[in-house]
Design a protein around this ligand. Structure first.
Ligand code: FRU
Length: 489
């Protein structure tokens, strides 16, 4: 199908490919003023297959430019997910991509490609695959930097044995030779595969002397009675000594409470050491049934990661990118409204909304979003339970797939004030709750026109609302000076 589907208006401040199928973000790297996003892509059609790495770049994480396919599939081999690192070599700045070669004979192994022109053209390594266990679900290499106590730098590669629910760790000093270090897992529920791991070092409460390591894992239910909730991301906080990851607890913590946040990984080499994560906003249980328009698949907003102590232990905090904050700051302060009774507002559908309320004075609060499609989104907060629920429902939602109608629940502190940042960009709804303490990303089908937001509170307490329709701004030019130079290894 090549027409625009009225249910799938194209997002304005998220990346979608011009056409065809997209899933996981791959090879996220910042290099000399450009954020590079590669992604699982079928250059030939709207369904999963012919997997290749598509490519887009941005100077500000808001506006994206799509480029020709970077790593095309070839005879007998698809190019599955992986990562890129920026380094310096004798020939100048170097980008090295690690990806999974998924061979037609069913075996999966890790391969490598180099780019010396800033990520636009790639040469695959003649000795590929460079890491092969002769197994069928060894995939998704993510290479990170590690400095030991003496300041010595090394590269660490994580890759999953997906069916075994294990992350394997390898180490290298030259990006060529990889030595096996250890395995982490299995743990958590079975009946899932582990995919797209990442390991992120973050200071606790901004203190550079208290670094903890966060292992990110995407899990996807498989088998006959696969959980209809489908794909989701989780994390574990722990320590990493360059060889072994040790988790504080054996319980996976849900990373995002919506249905559509999967395969999230972070950018290598981001300025100021920031950890910025992007994910695919879909779910394997129905991704293939989402109307194509003629694109199928969108990336989430990039999220800035940190750790904050809450109730005595560190929690992963996910905040929206700076341009979102800037858009809200640019909103006319007079536009901040205080509502004490049911009210309607009209949104363009490419909008941000900041809401604050005290459940002690509002009681139950409900916000309903409705456009010109036969469906609605209901966001409801219950003071008695602290539950914030996001429900997508209606005929258009049911028509997609049996698993598509859904309610996602975020558990908040009972009776505590709530601060909610809502980002709606066409079919992409992302909630950031209490300054990033919890998030929920969901695909929604609100149609192609404006969206009505209806508020209703149980009691006459006030709700503060700031609405900002995201304006199209000029794409900022790429800085003429090279950005932070890559670490030389
Ligand atoms: C995750 C995933 C990866 C794999 C890729 C294939 O969504 O299944 O494990 O590399 O997608 O497209």
């Amino acid at each position: 199908m090549n027409q625009t589907d009225p249910l799938m208006r194209r997002p304005a401040f998220h990346f979608t490919p011009q056409r065809n199928w997209m899933n996981d973000p791959n090879g996220l790297v910042y290099d000399r003023g450009l954020w590079h996003l590669y992604y699982q892509y079928n250059p030939e059609g709207p369904d999963w297959g012919n997997m290749s790495w598509g490519h887009a770049t941005s100077t500000d994480l808001q506006h994206w430019t799509e480029h020709p396919v970077a790593l095309p599939h070839r005879e007998g081999e698809q190019i599955f997910s992986g990562s890129i690192v920026a380094s310096a070599s004798d020939v100048g700045p170097l980008l090295t991509a690690y990806y999974t070669s998924a061979y037609d004979d069913g075996h999966q192994a890790q391969s490598r490609a180099n780019s010396t022109d800033g990520g636009f053209t790639w040469e695959t390594d003649p000795s590929n695959p460079i890491l092969d266990r002769n197994t069928s679900a060894f995939r998704d290499p993510k290479v990170i930097r590690y400095a030991d106590a003496g300041g010595e730098l090394r590269w660490i590669m994580l890759a999953v044995e997906a069916d075994d629910r294990q992350v394997l760790f390898y180490s290298s000093t030259d990006l060529h030779t990889w030595e096996y270090q250890s395995a982490f897992g299995p743990l958590g529920v079975d009946g899932v595969v582990w995919e797209c791991p990442d390991l992120v070092a973050l200071p606790v409460d901004g203190d550079p002397d208290t670094i903890r390591w966060v292992l990110l894992i995407s899990t996807n239910p498989v088998g006959e009675d696969a959980d209809p909730e489908g794909s989701s991301m989780s994390y574990l906080i722990g320590d990493f000594d360059g060889t072994t990851f040790t988790a504080d607890s054996s319980e996976l913590t849900r990373l995002d409470h919506g249905r559509d946040f999967y395969a999230g990984v972070t950018f290598d080499n981001a300025p100021a050491g920031e950890k910025v994560m992007m994910a695919w906003m879909s779910n394997w249980s129905y991704a293939r049934e989402i109307p194509s328009a003629p694109w199928r698949g969108a990336m989430s907003l990039p999220r800035r990661l940190s750790l904050r102590t809450i109730g005595g232990s560190p929690r992963l905090i996910q905040q929206p990118p700076k341009f979102i904050q800037e858009q809200l700051l640019a909103a006319d302060p007079a536009a901040r409204m205080s509502l004490a009774q049911p009210i309607h507002m009209t949104l363009s559908g490419h909008s941000l909304m900041e809401l604050q309320w005290d459940p002690n004075t509002t009681g139950q609060l409900r916000l309903t979003l409705q456009g010109d499609a036969e469906s609605e989104v209901v966001i409801e907060h219950s003071p008695a339970t602290g539950a914030l629920r996001v429900t997508r429902q209606g005929a258009a939602v049911q028509a997609v797939h049996a698993a598509f109608p859904s309610t996602s629940t975020v558990a908040l502190d009972v009776l505590a004030p709530v601060r909610l940042l809502l980002s709606l960009d066409g079919p992409l709804l992302e909630l950031f709750i209490n300054d990033g303490e919890a998030t929920a990303a969901n695909l929604v089908l609100l149609g192609s026109g404006p969206v009505t937001a209806r508020f209703a509170a149980e009691l006459p307490g006030h709700v503060s609302v700031l609405l900002q329709d995201v304006r199209e701004s000029e794409t900022p030019a790429r800085p003429s000076l090279p950005g932070r130079s890559p670490v030389r290894l």
